[in-house]
Design a protein around this ligand. Sequence first.
Ligand SMILES: Cc1cc2nc3c(=O)[nH]c(=O)nc-3n(C[C@H](O)[C@H](O)[C@H](O)COP(=O)(O)OP(=O)(O)OC[C@H]3O[C@@H](n4cnc5c(N)ncnc54)[C@H](O)[C@@H]3O)c2cc1C
Length: 381
Amino acid sequence: MDFDLPEDVVAFRDMVRKFASEEIKPHAREWDEQQHMPKEFLQKLGELGVFGILTDPEYDGSGLGYLANVVVWEELCRHDAAVGFLLAGHMGLCTTHIHLAGSEEQKKKYLPKLATGEMMGAWALTEPDSGSDAAAMKTKAVKDGAGWRLTGTKQFITNGSFADVCVVVAKTDPDAGAKGISAFIVEKGTEGFAAVGKEDKLGMRSSDTATLAMDGAYVGPEALLGKEGDGFKDALRALERGRVSIGAQCVGIARGALEDSIAYANERQAFGKPIAAQQAIQFMMSDMATEIEAARLLVRQAAVALDTGEDARVPASIAKVYASEVAMRAALSAVQIHGGSGCTKDFPVERYMRDAKVAEIGEGTSQIQRMLIARELLKAG
Ligand SMILES: Cc1cc2nc3c(=O)[nH]c(=O)nc-3n(C[C@H](O)[C@H](O)[C@H](O)COP(=O)(O)OP(=O)(O)OC[C@H]3O[C@@H](n4cnc5c(N)ncnc54)[C@H](O)[C@@H]3O)c2cc1C
C-alpha cells in the first residue's frame, strides 16, 4: 500500500479542512440543538465538490474515488460527525446504489444532479420490525400494470424528510426470501409516499432521520433499480462501500476528541500545573493517538481495496467496527479529561460521545460487523 496521498487529494483535503473550521465548527453546537443543518450549508458542500467525489466524470462527478472520499469525510466529521450521516444517506448509499445498479437512463437522470446537490438523496432499507435482519422486511412492491405499488413503512431513514429521491428496497416476491427483494427509485411528491415523522436522537442530531410511509405508492417500470430480485444483493454492495466512509467519519470524531483534549489539558490547571503534566492524562492521550492512527490506516486500506476493485467486504467491516469503537473510546476519554466541563455543552466533547454511540449502530452494528467478519474467516478456513 502506498502511504503517500496523491497531490490532488492533499489539495482537496486542505481546502475541506479550512472549510470545516470556518463553516462547520462555529455552528455545530447550534445545529445539534436545533436538529437541523441549513440548506445553504448543503449548497456549499455541493459547490465544494463533496457530493461528486464517488461519481464518475461522465455523470458530472470528479470520480476521485474512495481514498479521496475517506480523507475528505474525516475532515468534515472532525467538527460535526452528523455531516457524515447526511453524506452517508445521500452519496454513500443512494448515489452509490444507483451507480452500481442503475440503467444508463437512470444514471443520466439522477447522478449528475446528486453529484452537485441539485437533488438530495436518501436510501431506505430499515423498517420498524427489521434492522440487522434486513431481509425480514415487510414492505411490498406489487405489480400494477407495467409499474409497481409500494406499501410499507421504512424507519430511521437519513435525509428522509427532505430528500428529492429515495432508493426504497421492497419485497417483490415474498416467498423468495432475500432473492425476492428489489430496489426502486422513488421521487419526492409521489402520491402515497411521505415522511411521517422525525426522530429526536441521542447523537448525530443535526442529521435528519425520518420515518417513511408508503400506502400503495405507484411507481412506473422505469423506477425499478437493477434487476428484479437483485435488490438485496445490490443493497449489501452499497452498504459495504458505505461502511468504509462511516469508518472515516469515526476517525474524524476520534481526532476531534484528541485535539480538543490536548488543548484542554494544556490549559487546565490542577495541583499547580497543567493536567497535561500528569502521566495518567498523557497515557489516555497516547492511547487515543495510537488507536486513531490504526483506525485511519484500516479505513484507508479498505478504501484502496474499493478503488482497486478488490473484495472489500472484510476490510470494510473491520474498518467500520474498529473505527467506530475507537471513536467511542476516544470520546469517553475526552469527556474524562475535560472533567466537569466535559459534562456540559460548553465543550463539544459530550457531543462527540453521543455521536460516536450512534456511529456504532448506524450502517450495521458492531455485532453485525463481527458476524460478517467471522463468516468470511470461517469460509476461508
Ligand atoms: C441515526 C441513524 C441513521 C440511520 N440511517 C439509515 C438509513 O439512512 N437507511 C436505512 O435503511 N437504515 C438506517 N438506519 C438503520 C440502521 O442501519 C439500523 O438501526 C441498524 O442496522 C440496527 O438495526 P435495528 O435498529 O433494527 O437494531 P436490531 O437489529 O433490532 O438490533 C438490536 C441489537 O441486537 C443486536 N443483534 C441483532 N442481530 C444480531 C445477531 N445476529 N447477532 C448478535 N447481535 C445481534 C444488534 O447488534 C443490536 O445491538 C439508521 C440508524 C440510525 C440510528
